[in-house]
Design a binder for this molecule. Sequence first.
Ligand code: M7G
Length: 183
Amino acid sequence: IKHPLQHKWALWFFKNDRTKKWEDNLRLVTKFDTVEDFWALYNHIQLSSKLQTGCDYNLFKDGIQPMWEDPANRKGGRWMLQLNRQQRTSELDKIWLETLLCLIGEGFGEDSDYVNGGVVQIRNKGDKAAIWTSDYKSKNSIINIGDIYKKRLTLPKKLTIGFQAHEDTISKTGSTVKNRFVV
Ligand code: M7G
């Protein structure tokens, strides 16, 4: 028998088509709940670095849609890693795989309950990877998740990552959203 995961996960793919509404560009690829099915899927799909600009992968717990509007995300936010252009070749695929393994392996311990999913976004201005959580008001849990994520990605200590509340991202006017937390 296959090795069960703690949760069932859904992989979503976003492909930017400017003629359509944002939600209509988001497609459910598949769901899985075993280690073996995860690797079968991972080995079958394109690496993030090979996707076209404007595409995203989203891996979310079954039942949570990868959008701000989902009840689980509404009061939440994301720990976001903004990469530079060079890092697509050197680091993006490793970062996304480690993000996936943090998620399916329940790498955040007690605070895994606050974790909703993860996102990788391919953009000309620099790719992004993120862990999405619920409830940004649970400060200790959110910061613990950020600490663990940063360690798992083996980011240099002096490099910081920030947490943005989705409500701030939604209502942003300029191009930068303030960080609620930084680790
Ligand atoms: P993005 O793709 O997260 O980042 O957001 P980008 O600016 O680097 O491309 C781009 C746009 O997609 C946003 O300004 C929204 O119009 C739309 N969008 C992104 N997300 C994550 C959502 C979402 O969760 N819900 C809705 N309704 N629109 C979203």
